[in-house]
Design a protein around this ligand. Structure first.
Ligand code: GDP
Ligand code: MG
Length: 437
């Protein structure tokens, strides 16, 4: 998928301190290929890599200390910009605020109508009303009622009426009379863009003058999603895009292309069939996701901010002399704690984000480690190899942990020492490689 390919393309740069111009050109070619494979429009992919190259040369990437990191940052920033920069909200100023859904059949309008109603109810303390304007299939009305029940939101429908404009208007009247401050109008789509659908949605649009018209599109359809967006935008002038079915490893191509083609922001994404699978669209998070690299860039920035330079220099000397001991380990842990919660940090490490979905890491883990180290004698701390079975037992008892935990810490310490040595040699480059697994 796109993430893997981009990751591979950037891998060369991430791993090498010395980057040549040929190297950059090669990498950008790979990046472009990856974008094309993910259904990003050819012109956009080409413009994108040209811009990245320009920036890289402008910032003298080749002469900086860590060109790989800078390149990754440039690629990420450009991707973010391409998808709109900042997250955009929806207009909820009306009373009631009317939100109209548009899009092809099967794109996820009805599902998203429910998700949005639930989101506005729970997160924004709104009192939404859902209005069923898909008059072609009785099942569509039932579906919206089911959705409404799931999230505890009232649904307005009129099975005897087959005029979407009339139902929409009556729905808004009903909302006004019953104190709903948001009205979400679900409409009928068609399997493909056709005149009848466009006339119908335009009529509803003109009649109810919604604060927000959202175009809902299936992210899995790639280039087609972009073409459909363009066709709707030409007729409807919608305010924002909802990208559905962005679950798991759906290709991100549509997210990249749509903004540049229709010049409308992506406002929400759908990431599953359940009612809570809705997220506000954040371009920079999407860029991270596409790059599959966690938030490496901000991890590096934050680490640099917090890490005491003086401390770092002392530590490097010790590592160089093979004098890295548990006291240093302890001060490392304190540094890490300063940087933020363990979970936050882990989330920024590539690959770890996925793991964290199921596992809950708590900062208590540190407390045990600290207790164990505090139970060691100064000699044991500086020369961990002296720790034999009976000493381990003593330490476990003293720290209220188990021999197993002590062993585990020793193993971690060993790994960390190795990592430190590598960082020493490669200025962090090897660590980046390790983090990438
Ligand atoms: P509509 O015809 O535009 O109203 O589309 P529906 O809301 O009925 O959705 C069509 C199908 O897509 C249904 O089976 C939904 O469960 C599914 N669906 C909608 N949104 C998502 C999503 O974000 N992820 C996944 N995996 N499925 C979705
Ligand atoms: Mg529907």
């Amino acid at each position: 998928n796109l993430s893997e390919k981009l990751d591979k393309a950037l891998h060369v740069l991430k791993g090498h301190g010395q980057i040549t111009e040929i190297n950059v050109a090669e990498t950008l070619k790979e990046v472009r290929r990856a974008l094309l494979d993910a259904d990003v429009n050819f012109k956009i992919a080409k413009d994108f890599t040209n811009k990245v190259k320009e920036k890289a040369l402008g910032q003298n990437v080749l002469t900086t200390l860590q060109p790989g990191q800078l390149m990754v940052k440039i690629v990420k920033d450009e991707l973010t910009g391409l998808m709109g920069g900042d997250a955009e909200g929806i207009d909820l100023s009306g009373n009631p605020s009317v939100i109209l859904m548009s899009g092809l059949q099967g794109s996820g309008k009805t599902t998203f109508s429910g998700k949005l109603a639930g989101f506005l109810k729970n997160k924004k303390s709104k009192t939404p009303l859902l209005v069923a304007c898909d008059v072609y299939r009785p099942a569509a009305i039932d579906q919206l009622h089911v959705v409404g029940e799931q999230i505890g939101v009232e649904v307005y429908s009129d099975r005897g009426n087959n005029d979407p404009v009339a139902i929409a208007k009556a729905g808004i009247q009903h909302a006004k009379a019953n104190g709903h401050n948001v009205v979400i109008v679900d409409t009928a789509g068609r399997l493909a863009v056709d005149e009848e659908m466009m006339v119908e949605i335009s009529n509803v649009h003109r009649a109810i003058r919604p604060q927000e018209t959202l175009f809902v599109v299936d992210a899995m359809t790639g280039q087609d999603a972009v073409n459909t967006a363009k066709a709707f935008n030409d007729r409807l002038d919608f305010d924002g895009v909802v990208l559905t079915k962005l679950d798991g490893d759906t290709r991100g191509g549509a997210a990249i292309s749509i903004k540049s083609v229709v010049h409308k922001p992506i406002k929400f994404i759908g990431t599953g069939e359940k009612m809570d699978a809705i997220d506000v669209f954040h371009p920079s998070r999407m860029a991270d996701r596409i790059l599959g690299m966690g938030d490496v860039v901000s991890l590096v920035e934050r680490a640099q901010e917090q890490y005491d330079e003086e401390e770092a220099r002392k530590l490097q000397k010790k590592i160089a002399k093979n004098q890295f001991g548990f006291d240093d380990f302890l001060s490392q842990i304190q540094q890490i704690k300063k940087m933020g919660s363990m979970k936050d940090l882990m989330g920024m490490i590539p690959g770890a984000g996925k793991m964290l979905k199921d596992v809950d890491i708590d900062d208590d883990a540190f407390k045990h480690i600290e207790a164990i180290i505090h139970s060691m004698t100064p000699e044991e701390r500086s020369v961990p190899s002296t720790l034999n079975a009976s000493r381990k037992k003593r330490i476990a008892k003293g720290s209220g942990t188990s021999v197993q935990e002590v062993n585990q810490l020793l193993k971690q310490f060993d790994q960390m020492s190795k990592m430190m040595k590598m960082m020493q040699g490669g200025g962090g480059r090897k660590m980046m490689q390790m983090m990438k697994g």
